[in-house]
Design a protein around this ligand. Structure first.
Ligand code: MSP
Length: 529
């Protein structure tokens, strides 16, 4: 395991308020970062905003504001959103930060001086919303953008170009010697077949038709192409080319594992252009670009114009932070697309969190209070095959949890924890503590059951900590779990519980009235709240 870990989300466009789809990527990144920290890995977690470009300039004009005023307001809202989701990012980079703009200019100069960037003319099909030029073939007969499907228009301008083709063999070599650089693998085949094999075209890296961008120092009529600008956030945030490069040397160094999370809409930029820019500058490449799926709505992609966006904020206000974070991580298998439905949201809360997890705690605390006056009995080993089976499940779940988290099967990791929780519920039905309590000769077995249940809850809560930020703490308080036994390092301990005094508290997750709440969530789906 690498000693250090650097994880990033895409930097989002502050062109409108973010929705639950953006929250999806950031929450998963946060969950991974929290997991790594819990494992004792020195972790740096970055998110931010991509603030330049024609679209932002136009939106600002439409709103009657200067671009900077416009983005400042939206960025403040985005930061509030991350605060309400308790995102644990170590820094927030804005491409309008001076520290970032300086890097972009310097990088451009270096690439120009070494001959990778040259001045030419661009003629092609331009997609304004995506800020991308396309060739005749790419725009197809219908002349639509291959990324977003909207119409493109013919445009010609003097522009700087980057010699992409010079690096395509080197890029393929990198793919071949780093087989999991692009994950899932299907995404790699898509990139190789659609973009690299047909021959990489030189990339246009400057614009003259608008001014909201980083000016090219050598020719200020040009602003740097928004993607060349944006991608360098991953290193400018670390202090690359600044007076103090300590953080950069640390987290962009060879012994750091570097992971970019991206949606499929931006794979090409991260697995082709970004590594090529880095190669050209003689810098190290990231270890992995993980392409996650989209959170969709029943009627397709979420979009403001369709009026089908959902904001996570009212969901957090009504159902709590843990319910929203858990839903995001659990419902949409990381790496695949998924659909947001109010029914599934309520079901996840009611079945997984309230019934399986919350109830297990309430039942356990009640039984310990009733049968042992609130003191958790000491560990007495395994008394029968049920105890043995539960311990076996614990070892299996812990192993699978770690394996899945390390390989970024994030959803599967938490499914595994819930398998353990379900197993513990079943264990109550199998061991029937209420019957044991009536039989004088079964007291040792009863103690064993209570001890095993308390430990199963403790272990589950430890593993759930990267995603649930409130419930594990509440659980530790109700079971009287001391600080040291809340740590990951004590996870495998079978005899951790015994002697603690339970404190009955509120249910971890109150059951929702499904019909009422489904209607309420539907009312949020215009994205107006
Ligand atoms: N600014 C660029 C990224 C530059 S990174 C150097 C951009 N911004 S964006 O605001 O459009 O954000 C795109 C990213 O947001 C996607 O790649 C994805 O990670 C996330 N998502 C946006 N909508 C989403 C869903 N509906 N579902 C899941 N993730 C979503 O592209």
């Amino acid at each position: 395991m690498a000693k250090k870990f650097y994880i990033t989300t895409p930097i989002y466009y502050p062109s409108a308020k973010l929705h639950i789809g953006h929250a999806y990527c950031t929450t998963i990144a946060d969950t991974i970062a929290r997991y790594k920290r819990m494992m004792g890995v020195e972790t740096y977690f970055l998110t931010g905003t991509d603030e330049h470009g024609e679209k932002i300039q136009k939106n600002a004009e439409a709103a009657g504001k200067s671009p900077k005023e416009f983005v400042d307001e939206i960025v403040a809202g985005i930061k509030d959103l991350w605060t309400s989701l308790e995102i644990s990012n170590d820094d927030y980079i804005r491409t309008t930060d001076e520290r970032h703009e300086k890097v972009v200019q310097e990088v451009f100069t270096r690439l120009l001086n070494q001959g990778d960037i040259y001045l030419g003319n661009y003629e092609g099909w331009y997609c304004t919303p995506c800020e991308s030029f396309w060739t005749d073939t790419q725009a197809g007969e219908e002349k639509i953008c291959p990324d977003c499907g909207r119409p493109v228009h013919k445009a010609k301008e003097e522009a700087y170009f980057f010699k992409m083709s010079k690096y395509s063999n080197k890029l393929l070599e990198y793919y071949n010697s780093n087989l999991d650089f692009i994950t899932p693998e299907s995404r790699k085949n898509e990139m190789v077949n659609n973009f690299i094999k047909p021959g990489l075209e030189d990339l246009c890296v400057s614009r003259t038709t608008f001014s909201w961008g980083v000016p090219v120092r050598e020719n200020p009529r040009h602003v740097v192409y928004v993607w060349l600008d944006a991608l360098f956030n991953y290193v400018s945030a670390l202090g690359f080319l600044s007076e103090d490069e300590t953080k950069y040397n640390k987290f962009w160094g060879e012994d750091t594992q570097i992971l970019h999370l991206v949606g499929n809409d931006i794979t090409r930029f991260h697995v082709i252009y970004w590594p090529i820019f880095l190669m050209a500058l003689g810098m190290r490449l990231p270890d992995k670009v993980f392409v996650h799926g989209l959170l969709m709505m029943k009627d397709g992609k979420m979009s403001k114009s369709k009026g089908n966006v959902v904001s996570p904020v009212p969901l957090i206000e009504k159902y709590g932070l843990d319910a929203v974070r858990y839903y995001l991580v659990r419902e949409v298998v990381f790496g695949s697309d998924g659909t947001f439905t109010p029914e599934q949201f309520v079901e996840r809360v009611n079945i997984d969190l309230a019934n399986d997890f919350g109830n297990l705690l309430s039942r356990t605390v009640s039984m310990i209070s009733k049968y042992f006056g609130g003191a958790i009995p000491e560990y007495v080993g395994c008394k029968n095959e049920f105890d043995e089976d539960l311990e076996r499940q614990a070892r299996h779940s812990i192993e699978q949890y770690e394996k899945n988290m390390e390989s970024l099967h994030v959803t599967e990791a938490f499914v595994e924890v819930f398998n353990y929780i379900s197993r513990a519920n079943k264990y109550i039905e199998e061991t029937k503590p209420w019957a044991l309590a009536k039989d004088e000769t079964k007291q040792e077995e009863l103690k064993s059951v209570m001890n095993h249940l308390a430990n199963a809850l403790r272990q589950s809560a430890i593993m759930l900590q990267p995603v649930l930020l409130k419930a594990p703490k509440e659980l530790f308080a109700q079971l009287g779990v001391e600080e040291e036994l809340q740590q990951y390092s004590s996870l495998g301990k079978v005899d951790a519980m015994g002697g603690q005094i339970v404190n009955k508290g509120n249910p971890l997750f109150p059951r929702l009235d499904a019909n009422v709440e489904i209607e309420y969530i539907k009312s949020l789906m215009g994205g107006n709240k």
